[in-house]
Ligand binder design. Structure first.
Ligand code: BG6
Length: 494
């Protein structure tokens, strides 16, 4: 079914996110009937552009990035008709008044009842000023609903996040704010709760009695590309840890929500974040967290520069491009089970994967005496492959009870005809329908910053423990030691 009609305001319409993700997502939604005819998109940015040029940008972005490759011309021209552009100085309220007038016209033209969704693909320092001008320019006075969708990073630490939230909450209610963490829009991340709560097979085993450890890898082959300016002030912990990785931990670790209701699910996620064992001292941080930065290296015969040689990066930067950590969720379900997490730029493969390692069979059973039995693994592949596989032990055919590991596999991305929606499609659609399940609530953000701030503080105190790793390698070897100490190792990713 189609989302209720609305005007979508795209701040940052000439930027990368709009081009790579948002225009293609809107097109897919339209093609699938999830956007009906009662919508309009207003592209907003400083630079001058007319509607024709803007529609051309949208067209090219869809051609390049949309999962629907062939663009039907008739469909396109109907779709394009809903797009207009307005050049806007976001510090000047007069422009917002004009935008409000334009909105009235669009409401009329497309039969929209005043619903307005403001999507801020902007730097976070602009969230506050834009919100105030939306209010002062009269944009929040229309008849329908008003929603604010914002991109990460939500602040730089707890204090700045609080300040930011304070500004937003002068204008919008918490229920009107949709904070994007695009990992929560990924099909396989959403699938974690179905896998856990719709299968009697897993949930009884999903705890400290049966699970030895959990491993989460978010590896990337890219360096910092043209984002050196942003990244050098952020680093891997803030860029990927505070949001995506901690969110994945919540999905894996949370208790079953009481109801299928956004707040029930988010309540459970907050509990997980609050149960994270806080790293008290710099000593603990050094023991349980490894940070690294890539130096020059090579991959597949290609020479790669070091991080400090990248564009807009301080040549003496001590920003981490990699981190790995051992995290504990101190509650009854998970007490004592390590969650090993890692992420980095310039690693050998691009992958997002979760491994649930089950405890081994007891030593005294028949087979363990004679063979090296590997543990059962449940592997959730999020990206680029999507699927699940379960590693179990079985008899090697023709042998004398020899045991070999085999995989029971469900490969979602291998299924013909399945063209999984992109994260941004799911999230835009959810926001438009008012479903906030897969958006982060303020208390989640705050709890995540509380955890991350301690690590960042310890790192500030001690620059010396930044390890270097060769671009194209799996990161500093200290990250292997995190697991070795406990008798485990990183399962190779696929
Ligand atoms: C973003 C980070 O949030 O996620 C980027 O800012 C990172 O640095 C990206 O490259 C990874 O997303 P995905 O969906 O490609 O795994």
């Amino acid at each position: 079914t189609a989302a209720e009609g609305a005007v979508y305001y795209l701040f940052g319409a000439t930027g990368d996110l709009a081009r790579r993700k948002l225009f293609p997502a809107l097109f897919s939604l339209y093609k699938e009937g999830k956007l009906a005819e009662d919508f309009a998109v207003v592209g907003l940015a400083r630079r001058p552009r007319d509607n024709g040029q803007f529609r051309q940008d949208v067209y090219e972005s869809i051609q390049e990035f949309c999962r629907y490759k062939a663009i039907d011309q008739e469909l396109w021209s109907r779709f394009a008709d809903h797009f207009v552009y307005m050049s806007l100085d976001i510090h000047n309220v007069d422009g917002f008044r004009e935008l409000n007038r334009l909105s009235g016209e669009l409401d009329q033209k497309f039969g929209i009842n005043g619903n307005r969704l403001f999507y801020l693909a902007l730097a976070p320092e602009l969230f506050g000023p834009v919100s105030f001008n939306l209010r002062d320019g009269g944009l929040l006075e229309s008849a329908g609903w008003h929603k604010l969708v914002i991109e990460k990073p939500f602040g730089y630490d707890l204090e700045s996040a609080r300040e930011l939230n304070g500004q937003l909450s002068q204008v919008f209610k918490e229920e009107e704010v949709y904070r994007i963490d695009h990992y929560l829009g990924k099909e396989m991340v959403q699938n974690i709760q179905v896998l856990r709560f719709a299968n009697q097979l897993f949930e009884p085993l999903w705890n400290k009695n049966h699970i030895a450890n959990v491993q989460i890898t978010l590896s990337e082959t890219v360096g910092v590309e043209e984002r050196g300016g942003y990244y050098d002030h952020s680093g891997a912990l803030r860029d990927m840890g505070q949001n995506h990785i901690l969110q994945m931990i919540t999905m894996i670790a949370m208790e079953p929500p009481g109801r299928l209701h956004p707040e029930s699910l988010r309540d459970e996620k907050v509990k997980v974040l609050r149960s994270l064992r806080q790293l008290g001292s710099s000593e603990e941080v050094r023991e349980r967290v490894v940070r690294g930065q890539y130096r020059a290296g090579s991959s597949k015969g290609k020479e790669l520069p070091g991080y400090r040689q990248e564009d807009k990066v301080d040549p003496e930067s001590s920003t981490e491009t990699y981190f790995a950590a051992k995290v504990y969720v101190d509650n009854f379900r998970w007490a004592g089970v390590p969650f090993y997490i890692r992420t980095g730029k310039r690693l050998p493969v691009k992958t997002t994967e979760v491994v649930i390692e089950f405890k081994n069979v007891p030593d005294n059973v028949l087979f363990a005496k004679r063979h090296e039995l590997g543990p059962n693994l449940l592997v959730i592949r999020v990206n680029p492959m999507e699927g699940i596989y379960l590693k179990i032990n079985a008899k090697r055919p023709g042998s004398d009870n020899e045991v070999q590991p085999v995989a029971m596999e469900f490969c979602q991305s291998c299924q013909i005809g399945i063209n999984t929606p992109e994260a941004y499609e799911l999230l835009l659609y959810d926001a438009a329908r008012g479903d906030s399940t897969y958006f982060t609530r303020w208390d989640e953000v705050a709890a995540a910053w509380t955890f991350v701030d301690r690590i960042a503080a310890a790192w500030r105190e001690n620059d010396g423990d930044l390890r270097s790793y060769a671009a194209g390698s799996w990161g500093p070897e200290e990250a292997d030691r995190l697991l070795q100490q406990d008798g485990f190792f990183w399962w190779p990713v696929n």
